[in-house]
Every structure is written in structure tokens, then in C-alpha cells.
Design a protein around this ligand. Sequence first.
Ligand SMILES: Nc1nc2c(c(=O)[nH]1)N[C@H]1C(S)=C(S)[C@@H](COP(=O)(O)OP(=O)(O)OC[C@H]3O[C@@H](n4cnc5c(N)ncnc54)[C@H](O)[C@@H]3O)O[C@H]1N2
Ligand code: MOO
Length: 406
Amino acid sequence: MSNLLPVPEARARILAGLAPLERETTPLAEALGRTLAAPLKALRTQPPWDCSAMDGYALRAADAATAGARLVVVGEAAAGRAFPERVGEGQAVRIFTGAPVPEGADAILLQEDAERDGDALVVGEAVRSGRHIRRAGLDFREGETLLEKGRRLGARDLALAAALGHPSVEVSRRPHIAILATGDELVLPGAEVGPDQIVASNAFAIAAVVAAEGGVPVDLGVAPDDRRAIRAAIESAIAQKADVLVTLGGASVGDHDLVKPVLEEAGVRLDFWKIAMRPGKPMMAGRRDDMLALGLPGNPVSAIVCSLLFLAPAIRRLAGRADVEPVLRPGRLGRDMPANDRREDYMRAALSIDSDGTPVATAYDRQDSSMLRPLSDAECLLVRPAHALAAAAGDPCVIFPLDHPY
Ligand SMILES: Nc1nc2c(c(=O)[nH]1)N[C@H]1C(S)=C(S)[C@@H](COP(=O)(O)OP(=O)(O)OC[C@H]3O[C@@H](n4cnc5c(N)ncnc54)[C@H](O)[C@@H]3O)O[C@H]1N2
Ligand code: MOO
């Protein structure tokens, strides 16, 4: 029996050949999902000065230490328009949220806690020094690094980057991922389906995984099980300078499984073929110059699970992400499980939360790698290590959550 490569080793070998792509500058408004190629420092301090957190009156707390105290309102400070003078003894300045606190004042009296009578201000409730003042630099100070290299930018990060003063950011180029489906039996959804044909589905999921991870999917369509057609599609990926070529199907040992020899003909040096995993055993990986070639099995579940465990980390590495490995979580078994064989199992499973908050994974009865319906239903993959012993419901296990968009 051939040797099957363990999953972590297969992933490590794929990642070992990959480095972040070159840097480019992108406008901040287009940077969602991009990965920082350099740390982002604050170009300014926020807030730049002590400012009011409330609408009310800026004053000296000593003058408002008792209810009933009277002060004179001498001016106004609004966001974007400071009060230019000093607040003296017995004086107050009308102030609004976000406005700079005038010199001399050390507290903000809420307007709800005061009464106005012309220029006179009557303290309704005493206020202590420092109340409702946001100090300069409360959020960040000029020169501080707020976002690290390798961070994938989310919506909140974009607001932070803007606040730091950056109209654009340095990111790694998006990887281009060419996707080629193979098989005489495949037709696209909506096209006429011949008597021996089925609808090609895998590429839709793979392109979605690519896009979700920040890559650019390049659709090479469907090639029939024909050496010349497959070779032409591979050459097209090379000509387009794809960073990764993903083939779907034709990876196994049948007479029509042509992907491996044709990849080799096209100059791809195969690193490995066949891994200790279910589904996904016939997966292969290799390189041709700078291009990674990943040959995913044709069974839909195999192709999609392999894309999550191998293609997604490869895209993250190319995109410059600091976090590339799949996130596995501890959980508990929802049902008894038999002993496992030599292939690490990624089983479609339902997910619930125990009374103590622990995730509980219950594997479905049917684990056929052709079935998309249970894959779509699944809330997680239950990971059963190679040679795992039989285990009982409630025993610890490892979970790969299938959160949105997966
Ligand atoms: N004698 C053996 N046979 C098989 C082995 C083995 O070790 N010895 N391995 C099995 C395993 S495990 C898998 S997984 C499959 C993978 O085979 P291939 O990569 O060669 O896939 P195909 O034969 O091309 O297709 C398998 C299955 O999937 C359907 N398919 C293919 N592409 C698509 C697509 N884009 N969208 C939807 N469905 C697709 C195809 O019609 C087949 O039904 O091999 C086992 N055999
Ligand atoms: O590895 Mo295949 O993916 O078991 O069906």
C-alpha cells in the first residue's frame, strides 16, 4: 500500500514553497480584505487635545463643588471651533461633545445637571475634576503602531487606519488563482445535460473560497478528459501568470484521470500525490517556477474540504497574512464514534452548544464524498485523527467550524 502524507505535513510542504506576493499601494476605500504589507503607525494623536465627552459646560470643578453654585457663561466651544481664551474663576463655557476643553477648565458639567438663566449658570449637581473629559492621546499617540504587518483588514480596521491619518495602505498583491474543472461528464448549470452527464458544481465553491480569502479567481472553465485540452488549459494558466493553478477531478488512478501526467508534461514538478485524509486522498501538489499547482479530487466534498484545508492557507500565505493555518477548536463528541483507519477524517457534522458552553459535534450517518446536501447542511467538520481509537459521546474532539461564508 502506498504511503499517504499526513495532512499537517502536506500543508507544511505546500506553504514552504510560498512567500507573500509583492507590495502595492491601495486606496483605503478599496482595502477591505487586503493584508497589510507593512505595520501601520499613527500619523497623529487621537484625540489631539483634551476634549469634552458630553454636551454641557466647561468649568473649574472647584467652582461647581456644591449644588446651587452660580457661574457666568463667557463663551462657547463646539467640535471644530475651540473657545480661544482661558476659563477663569467663576466662569463657564458652553461646550459640545468633541469640542476642545478650553484652558483653565478641568471638568464638564452635564447640561442636564445645570440650569441656565441668561448668562448665569446654576449648578444642579456637583462635579469633580476630570469629569467627562477625554484626555489627549486616549485612543492612540503619534508614532505608535496600531495595526501589524500581516493583518487582514476588516471594516473596523479601515476606520482605525483612516483615524491614524492614512488615505492609502501598503498591502500584498492579491493572488490570482486559476481554476480548471476536468471531466467529459461535466456541463455548466443551465446548459443542456446529455444522457451521461452531470452538472459541474465544484468550481463555484472553489472560486468562492478564493474570493473569501482575498484571492482573485480566474475561471478556466471545463476541460474534457483529453490530454490536449487539459494541457491547453494549463498553458493558459501559465501564460496568465496565475499564482496558483487548481485542477478539479482526474486526480485518482482511473484510465481517464489525466491531470497528473499532463501537469508533469507541462513542467509541473510534483511534490506529493495522495494524502492521509478522508475525503481528499488523491490530492496532489507541485510547482512550476513561481506557480503552485494543486490537483484536487473530483468528488465535490473532497474538492471543497481540500480547498479549505490547503488552498485557503496557501492564499493566505501569498496574500501576506500572519495567520495562515486553519483554525481548529476543541469540542466534544455528540455520539459514539468507531476507531479510525490511517486517513484523518473530516466528517460532516451538526454543531450544538452544551450547557457549559462547549461546542458539541455530531457526525452525520452518511459521509459519502459525492454528497453536497449534507455538506451544505453541515455546521462543522469533525476531525478524527488517523488511527483514533473508538470514542464515546462526550469525549473530547477537534472541530473545524464552517462559519459563514463557508
Ligand atoms: N481504484 C480507486 N478508485 C478511486 C480511488 C482510489 O484510491 N482507487 N480514490 C477515490 C477517491 S478517494 C476519490 S476522492 C475519487 C477522486 O477521483 P478523481 O479526482 O479522479 O475525480 P473524478 O474521477 O474526476 O471525479 C470523481 C467524481 O466527482 C465528480 N466530479 C468531478 N468534477 C466535478 C465537478 N467539477 N463538479 C461536480 N462533480 C464533479 C465526477 O463526475 C465523479 O462522479 O476517486 C475515487 N476512486
Ligand atoms: O478521498 Mo475521496 O475524497 O474519499 O472520496
